[in-house]
Design a protein around this ligand. Sequence first.
Ligand code: PEP
Ligand code: MG
Length: 581
Amino acid sequence: MEGTAASPGIAIGSAFLLFGESGQAIGANLGADDHDIELNRFYQALNEALDDIEMLQKKVQEKIGKKEAHIFSFQKDIIAEEEFSEKVTHFIKEEGLSAEKAVQRVIRQYAAELANSEDTYIKVDENDIKDIGERLINLLQGQDIKLDISQNNIIIVARELSPSQIARLDPKKVLGLVTAEGSSTSHSAILANSMGLPAVVGIGEENLARISQGDTLIVDGKEGQVYLNPPRDMISDYRKKQSLMLWHNQELNKYRDKKLIRADGSRLYVSGNIGNSSEALTVKQNGGEGIGLFRTEFLYLGREKAPDEEEQLQAFAKALEHFPEDPVIIRTMDIGGDKEIPGLNLPAEENPFLGYRAIRVCLDNRDYFKVQLRAILRAAARGEVKLMYPMISSLEEVRSANTILREARGELDAAGKEYGELDVGIMIEIPAAIAMARELSREVDFFSLGTNDLIQYAVAVDRSNERIKDLHTPFHPGVLRMITRTVMAAKEAGIKVYMCGEAAGEKLLLPFWLGLGIDQLSMSPGRILEAKSILSEWLNRDTREVIEEVLAKSTTAEIQYYLSRLFHDNSRSPVKSKQGN
Ligand code: PEP
Ligand code: MG
């Protein structure tokens, strides 16, 4: 089965089917052994939902009014009724459905009954019942994925996995991931990369339906292939490939401590992207020279309460321990988009990537934001920390964020808490910021190119949409020109310029980044050693020619073809690629 290579490596194990968005089942239903697990999950989610609703009801009553809060008592009454639980139990026990699917069935029944009802008063509440169903299903999907001990060596198979679901997986038991939807730059894929889990995404609905619970799978996360119940000799071939990869990685180890110094004496740092502090060690082990992107929002995922100042400080301090000499760039939380966060109760949006996201949320919730800023400032007393704001689109945003940062410093002064000085930079991932690069460069110490979003916004292509994934490419001439402009603006202003989107580790573009004079490339830990080995080869070659030729090419396919020839890489032939334009 062909999909998109989302996280490299080979995994061989048995399929463990999870359930997709809105509780629709994927593949086979559950066996009798799983009934109790599913019933427990249902009751746990039910209790959580009842608590949540009560809390919401109180909030609405205080802030808006009693009448408006009434809707919640209606929702609460429905799911608290014995009849509701009995029906869900019936579907789990008698029909072998998962908790999500059983809830969905009952909710559909209720909604249909209400829709057919003559009573206009009750009809209004059809959406409320769907709403409560969604709430229950979300709670179920957010639950820890509990796998009993006998279920080691499993490969999670799902329609889609949210970043918070992946964050909760136990890497000792889970060997790999396969999803029907998704793309290589979605946050789920990024997380799988940083956890070192081989993943293939976007295999499609039809393929997904072919996989049953317990089937043997080979996941080739480098080639984007999944093999269903493969013959024995194929399994042994893949085991050999696994060992070969291990050997290759050991070979690359010689680049671990290599520093990349250009002919002009400038240094190119190759560092790692992480989502939690324990990944800092993986970056170190893979030869990473510091952290170029600490995605702090991952600290918030998969939990009910946001981490407080102390907890965040500890996480940052732990990452710093591994890098006494190299910088750790901490990005303030980039929430929203495809990442949900506890404590703020952000409503669902029609266009989350263009919506209430990242710095926009933080500027609107100063106190929430300041907790994190204080933790970052305090971490700066323990090592070389740099602070970075995501999704900056205007000067005002940088200035407002810096005002809040000053307030956070003032609060630490007042509390007598120690903190350190730090460089402050912004992510360049919105085209308007590139048009304003000269002005923005006067406000900050560095830029960091976030190519995942930059491509999404520049080419108008949803980074997680499987159908248009070929359009999400850093080889687009427009994207390369935007990146070049950003670097030039930074150089002119005398500030540093980094790149931390997935394109930073794109093999064919490494000489381009090297020649442009980018100061740091930050990528998933698993890509660092190979990038260092390629960059080492290019260090003494004339990269000017590459840059000029690439920029002169007028189509994506031409650029890719040219670069693939330089690398003798036939797999990138434009004939095979759909990326020509
Ligand atoms: C990016 O957009 O390229 C980036 C590094 O940030 P994220 O992937 O977390 O949005
Ligand atoms: Mg981004």
